[in-house]
Design a protein around this ligand. Structure first.
Ligand code: FES
Ligand SMILES: [Fe+2]
Length: 351
């Protein structure tokens, strides 16, 4: 198999992407967002469900997001063509009012669940909702144990995927609250592939547990069992579990577990929408802790990951990843497996 070297070849079209957070779209907003190089207009219909149309009028390509909304329809502000939520033109104010056959806008399959608005960017007949990553824990836990964040990054989305698939970076880039005190890098990550899901896992005996957890364990100073597991779903959606337990191996019932979602949606070849959400199985009713925890996660990303990854992209310029012949380390096992899998899926889609 020939590896794809240019990042510009790496957008899967027949895939589910998160387009926005539920909270970004109220009943009034006309939200425009570029996804895999296509600008899409999102708005909430009168029944509360989400409509998504190509944000480009077919007449002279004015963005429909600059238009005027009436009911579930949008009128282009430039010369007045009107479109419904399916992208069909319903009114032409010019000449005899006849609507040309080609006068229509692409509309998209949408699924809203667990605080995310998902969009299928490819052929609508291939949209399979069972392929959306399961984030249902975000709906199962109380609001005081759940948070969602949107972040914007000037880099290719695969660099952000690499960042999660290789968590060894936390001991080098991040502070003591979320690092493992050097435990992670020497470990060989366990990589598994099942169907289209690639998992990478690290298990270790912490002495003591990560600071994030230690204070909530029965004996904060003592050793604890810990693990990280990342499940990657094509093209760039990841579920990360982080856990610690003492005197047991039953993390879910006896220990502390975080359920994190790192979802990367390419805007362009060199810019990415990053959606992060998190839930947990401890202090579930503590809203104050929840707010502080989410703020801490956002701050760590904005101040530590983002500057490094954007600088990495700047240094790489427009060169492809493989073209630059990266040195591979043991900690890269999961990330490299994902890059190869994505290349395979792209080959299949373009065949
Ligand atoms: S550009 Fe929209 S009606 Fe002319
Ligand atoms: Fe990080």
């Amino acid at each position: 198999m020939e590896l794809i070297t240019k990042t510009k070849l790496t957008f899967l079209k027949n895939a589910w992407y998160v387009a926005a957070l539920t909270t970004e779209l109220d009943t009034e907003t006309l939200l425009t967002r570029k996804i895999i190089d296509e600008t899409v207009l999102f708005y909430r219909k009168e029944d509360g469900s989400v409509a998504a149309l190509r944000d480009r009028c077919p007449h002279r390509f004015a963005p429909l997001s600059k238009g005027i909304r009436s009911g579930d329809e949008i009128t282009c502000l430039y010369h007045g063509l009107k479109f419904n939520e399916l992208g069909e033109c319903t009114h032409n104010p010019h000449g005899n009012g006849k609507i040309p056959k080609a006068c229509a806008v692409k509309s998209y399959e949408i699924e809203e669940r667990d605080g995310f608005i998902w969009i299928w960017m490819g052929n609508r007949s291939k949209a399979d909702r069972s392929k959306i990553m399961d984030c249902s824990v975000l709906s199962q836990k109380p609001d005081t144990a759940v948070g969602h964040i949107y972040m914007y990054n000037k880099c290719n989305y695969q660099l952000l995927t690499d960042n999660i698939m290789d968590l060894s970076h936390i001991d080098h880039l991040h502070g003591p609250l979320i690092n493992t005190g050097g435990k992670l890098s020497p470990l060989l990550p366990n990589v598994q592939e099942e169907g289209e899901v690639i998992s990478v896992r690290w298990d270790w005996l912490a002495e003591p547990a990560m600071q994030l957890f230690a204070v909530h364990l029965p004996r904060p100073e003592d050793e604890a069992n810990q693990y990280f597991q990342v499940d990657w779903h094509a093209p760039s959606n990841m579920h990360l579990k982080v856990a610690a337990v003492q005197d047991s191996t039953d993390y879910t019932n006896d220990g502390l577990e975080l359920y994190d979602f790192h979802i990367m949606t390419p805007e362009t070849e060199f810019s990415t929408h990053y959606f992060f959400a998190s839930a947990r199985n401890y202090l579930e009713e503590d809203g104050e802790y929840n707010a502080a925890k989410m703020a801490g996660m956002e701050q760590a990303f904005i101040e530590e990951d983002k500057p490094m990854i954007e600088a990495q992209q700047q240094e790489m310029g427009e060169s492809g990843f493989w073209e630059l012949q990266p040195v591979l380390l043991s900690s890269d096992a999961g990330g490299i497996r994902v890059r190869r899998k994505l290349s395979e899926l792209l080959e299949i889609e373009s065949a």
